[in-house]
Every structure is written in structure tokens, then in C-alpha cells.
Design a protein around this ligand. Structure first.
Ligand code: HEC
Length: 93
């Protein structure tokens, strides 16, 4: 019984935290640093007239740019990088 309860608690925790919290920021940073620094540096994300104004736009831009960078990231990888950029620079809620 004990392990069943632990398992149930684990599932509940996963359901409660949701995708934004589940994103792997360290993986996002690693992917970003290996693929994204050729065209623009980090200060590009904090400049005054930046174009991205929501987490949804950020996800789309990361999806676009990773293609431009010649990568073939899956949705989870794109989300990790978007979450890393959000946590580090954009700070959207
Ligand atoms: C081939 C060059 C190139 C590479 C490589 C590249 N980008 Fe971009 N990135 C651009 C250009 C150009 C823009 C401006 C987009 C526009 O004006 O439509 C941009 C804009 C952005 C923005 C929006 C900045 C803002 O707030 O205004 C983000 C976020 C971004 N890139 C993320 C990434 C990520 C993540 C990667 C790595 C997958 C990456 N970029 C790799 C060319 C590149």
C-alpha cells in the first residue's frame, strides 16, 4: 500500500506543477549556449525595443530561431529553452 500511495502522490505533484515548472532550465541553457549565440548575444533579449511580449511569443520565436540555427529540436527542447530565456531575461508570469 505504501508504494501505491507514494506513486499517487507523485502523479498528483506532476499534475499540479504543470509544463512551465516541469521545463528543464539547465537543459535549456545548455541547448541555448550551444546553438543560439552566433547571430545575437544575450543582451539582445534585454534591449529596450525587444519584440517579444509573452511566453507564447517567446515559444514561437525560439521555434523559429532554432530552425534558422539549423537545429531540429522537439517541443520539449523548445520549451526548455523558452523557459530558460524567460527565467533569465524576460520574466513573464
Ligand atoms: C541565423 C541567425 C540566428 C540564430 C542562429 C538565432 N537567432 Fe534568434 N533571432 C534572429 C533574428 C534575425 C531575430 C530578429 C527576429 C525578427 O526580427 O523577426 C531573432 C530574434 C530572437 C528573439 C527575440 C528577441 C526579442 O525579444 O526581440 C529570441 C528570443 C531569439 N531570437 C531566440 C533565439 C534562440 C533561442 C536561438 C537558438 C535556437 C536563436 N535565437 C538563434 C536570428 C537568429
Amino acid at each position: 500500500m505504501h508504494s501505491v500511495r507514494t506513486f499517487t502522490t507523485l502523479i498528483a505533484a506532476l499534475l499540479l506543477t504543470g509544463p512551465a515548472v516541469a521545463a528543464d532550465l539547465a537543459n535549456g541553457k545548455a541547448l541555448h549556449d550551444s546553438a543560439c549565440k552566433t547571430c545575437h548575444q544575450s543582451d539582445y533579449y534585454t534591449r529596450k525595443n525587444r519584440k517579444i511580449h509573452s511566453i507564447a511569443e517567446l515559444n514561437k520565436q525560439v521555434a523559429r530561431c532554432q530552425q534558422g540555427a539549423g537545429e531540429h529540436w522537439n517541443a520539449a527542447q523548445i520549451e526548455d529553452v523558452a523557459a530558460y530565456l524567460n527565467a533569465t531575461y524576460y520574466k513573464f508570469k
